[in-house]
Design a protein around this ligand. Structure first.
Ligand SMILES: [Zn+2]
Length: 292
């Protein structure tokens, strides 16, 4: 393990390989998969694990993991396994959500700086992101108890009726329920930035600067105690476009799956059609094509 500066505590220690999307999500995806997980970046390569980076020391990993476990047990598993739609949240939920977006934002800033021309990142955007990363980091280290001007929203991708009707070929259920991804995006004209993380249909948006005329209903997790319901959620924001972006991107990638890979998948289904019929993928495919 290389001795390098920990992204959170800034001490020089042995760094561990950190997951961006939490481990419990990746484990659940694997456990409920028919066959192996395919990476969105390169669908022909089978990924055994989620994306990982040397980023945090053992102490900082341990600090985060307690919050992770609580979120997994209070939100993730009840939603995935028992179709629970109402969730009580508290400061620990807010901390956990901050830790996910912060990890993603931290790595994206490094990437934006290195490849600013590719991403078209301007200095103003970069400055805002760097400032937000710093205040999230200080909050995560418990130097401050609040973060200035950021909002966390959770959107449950349940049944997007409109998307479903207009674009069954984009396979929204399969894409979001069987997907994991996390990245930062921005809109220069609106001066808005956010990090999106999809955890198999539980979609977290962390807003760094809200655009004008944004409207979010039944989605926000405050730094306090409250309740969130997975129904009647409304998003009117540039962030909503990002869901379409993910669908388009995923469609492009799955179109690129080679014939060889496709026939491997078909062979697997032929070997055990009953297992496929009971799989979560099949359930989502049925929803996508309106077969239910
Ligand atoms: Zn550390």
């Amino acid at each position: 393990m290389p001795k390098e500066k920990c992204a959170l505590c800034h001490e020089y220690k042995d760094l561990e390989l950190s997951h961006i999307v939490p481990k419990f999500v990746i484990r659940h995806l694997k456990k409920t998969s028919f066959g192996a997980i395919r990476n969105m970046e390169n669908p022909n390569r089978v990924v055994q694990d989620g994306e990982k980076h040397y980023m945090l020391c053992g102490d900082c990993e341990d600090l985060f993991s307690a919050y992770e476990t609580k979120f997994a047990n209070k939100f993730f598993y009840p939603y995935m396994n028992d179709s629970i739609k109402e969730f009580d949240y508290d400061q620990e939920t807010y901390y956990f959500l901050t830790s996910i977006s912060w990890r993603s934002l931290y790595l994206d800033i490094l990437d934006f700086v290195k490849n600013h021309e590719v991403y078209g990142v301007d200095l103003t955007t970069l400055e805002i992101l760097i400032q937000k990363e710093k205040s999230m980091r200080e909050y995560l280290l418990k130097i401050n108890s609040e973060i200035d001007g950021i909002e966390h929203h959770i959107f449950f991708f349940d049944d997007l009726v409109d998307v479903e009707k207009s674009y069954p070929e984009l396979r929204p259920h399969v894409t979001f329920h069987r997907g994991i991804t996390s990245y930062t995006f921005f809109n220069k004209e609106l001066n808005s930035q956010a990090t999106i993380t999809n955890m198999m249909g539980i979609i977290l948006f962390s807003l760094y600067s809200k655009g004008p005329d944004e409207y979010w209903e039944n989605t926000e997790i405050c730094n306090g105690v409250g309740q969130l319901k997975a129904k009647n959620q409304i998003i009117k924001s540039f962030c909503a476009n990002e869901l379409n972006e993910i669908l388009d991107f995923s469609k492009q990638r799955s179109d690129e799956i080679s014939e060889k890979q496709k026939s491997k998948i078909v062979d697997k289904i032929k070997v055990d059609p009953e297992k496929f019929a009971q799989s979560k993928v099949f359930e989502d495919l049925k929803k996508d094509f309106g077969l239910e």
